[in-house]
Design a binder for this molecule. Structure first.
Ligand SMILES: Nc1ncnc2c1ncn2[C@@H]1O[C@H](COP(=O)(O)OP(=O)(O)O)[C@@H](O)[C@H]1O
Ligand SMILES: [Mg+2]
Length: 546
């Protein structure tokens, strides 16, 4: 009952949509997606076919049975009646003239004609009769002599004794359609006039009407049966499909991260065991993910703790190294060189430690955005001014092209500065002293900056690898440069925090281009970037994403 109430209510809600015209596409889509629909359609087709086969078999059997009964009773009756007519002819004394004989024949025929038109009688001269006395054809009612099939007439004429039967549709007076009838014929011999054919016509009106009722009943019954079967199958499939759909829904929610989702277990049947296994799987998944999360938390904590712990001794080392470095001129040359190397490495160590702390903050989800409206051109200028001395040392000239108007967006200036500094420093370090071009742009939804160099470039596939932690194209080279190998991964985390894009492009020997795109307002997704990532393109969409 609950099932019915639910489905009726749902059907009612779907009614406005269902009453609209639905094309074959809708049917195909339903067929592909809904198991219930598919089972329903197949059952309907099979049901209709089966009831058609069974119906026509029953109809034919009933029709044959009715005909057989009618024929049997008709022939039995005709024998009796023919004998009585023959007896009357044998005993008659109306043999003075043809007219008298005709009148007598009429009265005999009327005697054997049925009441209520249940049978008609025809007495007609046979083709083989040669007598000179001719009695005209006698008809009992609304049949004509032409209604008697000529083959039957011929058969009767040939055979003196036997009765002949034929089933034939006969046009009766007052009936719009020919009525299937049993026609029984035999010979009678008339005084003087010789052998005549006596035919009894039994119209099967009643049988015809009964058959019509039977066929109507079979048709409606078959249709109703097919619909009932479809309804039953639909209910049964729903019983099976509903838990499967539920399982699919739960699986989807699990996949979306809601690990506590479970299927309800009812009873002890197959579906219940499906639900139990499903829940066991979800349980296992949740446990494993929990373990992994715990492990990863432990690792994060470890990295963060180690970094923190290293800071104190590093501060002491730093002070000592600064002292040694300041008084290096008093040492001999090789010791002085070592003091310089020591300071370089301590600088790197410090940078690495602060990068590690930053990364562990991202991993712990502790990084928060502090957005404020700012002009991207200002941030770029600040970064370029900072990097200018390094660029000068490497012989790279940095040019900045901006649209000449403010490129305002809400972003965290400290983080964006850090991203840009890393991009520009990278461009200088890998730019081989060639010019570096920085382009700034803005459109309705986003602002962007692209840093292009003409240095070593990136090999195919490296455009996405550069963002991996500690990834370097050339390990030997990297040691001589100042980077820690974490710069771009921190930059990407910073960009992600802004819901922005950080993408790379590069060709070996032609240089590379790194583009940062930021949404103008936090919470509105970027549709396209106002500056191009690859040379030649006018602007870039997400298809350029690394
Ligand atoms: N402009 C560039 N041209 C060529 N390669 C680059 C460029 N920027 C970055 N890379 C490659 O990506 C690697 C990672 O960069 P990054 O994360 O900034 O670390 P680091 O600069 O400390 O090496 C670099 O070592 C370099 O191989
Ligand atoms: Mg770097």
């Amino acid at each position: 009952m609950v099932v019915w109430a639910g489905s009726v209510e749902r059907a009612w809600r779907r009614l406005p949509a269902a009453s609209g015209i639905r094309g074959p596409r809708w049917v195909i889509a339903r067929w592909r997606r809904s198991l219930q629909f598919r089972v329903g359609v197949i059952t309907l087709l099979l049901g209709v076919t089966t009831s058609m086969i069974v119906g026509s078999y029953l109809y034919q059997n009933i029709a044959a049975g009715l005909l057989e009964d009618r024929t049997r009773s008709a022939t039995a009756e005709a024998v009796q009646l023919a004998q009585s007519v023959q007896r009357q002819f044998d005993a008659t004394d109306k043999t003075q003239s043809e007219d008298a004989l005709y009148t007598a024949a009429q009265s005999f025929v009327q005697d054997v004609a049925g009441t209520n038109w249940s049978r008609y009688v025809v007495l007609s001269r046979l083709s083989t009769t040669r007598s000179s006395v001719v009695v005209p054809t006698v008809l009992s009612g609304e049949v004509k002599e032409s209604a008697i099939p000529s083959e039957l007439q011929a058969a009767v004429a040939q055979d003196l004794r036997r009765q002949h039967v034929q089933v034939q549709a006969i046009r009766l007076v007052g009936e719009p359609e020919p009525v299937p009838s049993v026609v029984v014929g035999q010979q009678v011999s008339l005084p003087l006039a010789g052998a005549y054919g006596l035919y009894f016509v039994y119209p099967m009106k009643q049988e015809r009407d009964s058959l019509a009722v039977v066929s109507r009943t079979l048709l409606y019954g078959g249709g109703l049966l097919a619909l009932l079967v479809v309804a039953v199958t639909s209910v049964v499939t729903r019983l099976v499909v509903a838990p499967v759909r539920q399982a699919a829904g739960v699986a989807e929610r699990l996949a979306a991260g809601r690990l506590t989702e479970r299927m309800p277990v009812r009873g002890e049947d197959d579906l219940a065991s499906l639900a139990t296994s499903f829940n066991a799987m979800a349980e296992g998944l949740q446990r494993q993910i929990g373990q992994l999360e715990a492990l990863s938390r432990v690792q994060q904590r470890f990295v963060s703790d180690v970094s923190h712990e290293l800071r104190t001794p590093l501060t002491t080392i730093r002070m000592a190294v600064d002292l040694i470095h300041a008084s290096r001129h008093g040492f001999d040359a090789s010791v002085a060189r070592s003091a310089e190397l020591l300071q370089d490495q301590v600088n790197r160590f410090e940078a690495l430690l602060s990068d590690l702390l930053e990364i562990s903050r991202f991993d712990a989800g502790a990084a928060v955005l502090d957005p404020e409206p700012a002009d991207l051109r200002r941030t770029v200028t600040r970064v370029v001014d900072d990097v200018q001395p390094l660029a000068a040392r490497r012989g790279s000239r940095i040019t900045v092209a901006d649209p000449g108007e403010a490129c305002i967006a809400a972003y965290d200036a400290r983080r964006v500065e850090r991203i840009l500094r890393n991009l520009v420093v990278n461009a200088v370090e890998h730019g081989e002293g060639r010019p570096i071009e920085i382009r700034i742009g803005a459109n309705a939804g986003a602002v962007a900056v692209a840093v292009r160099d003409h240095g070593v470039g990136l090999r195919p596939g490296e455009a996405s690898l550069v963002f991996n932690r500690f990834w370097r194209a050339d390990l030997a080279r990297a040691r001589t440069t100042g980077g820690t190998g974490l710069g771009l991964s921190i930059a990407q985390e910073d960009a992600r925090l802004h819901a922005g894009w950080l993408q790379a492009w590069g060709v070996p020997g032609q240089g590379s281009c790194f583009r940062l795109t930021l949404p103008r307002a936090q919470g509105t997704p970027i549709e396209s970037s106002p500056v191009a990532l690859t040379p030649g393109a006018t602007e870039g969409g997400p298809e350029f994403a690394s």
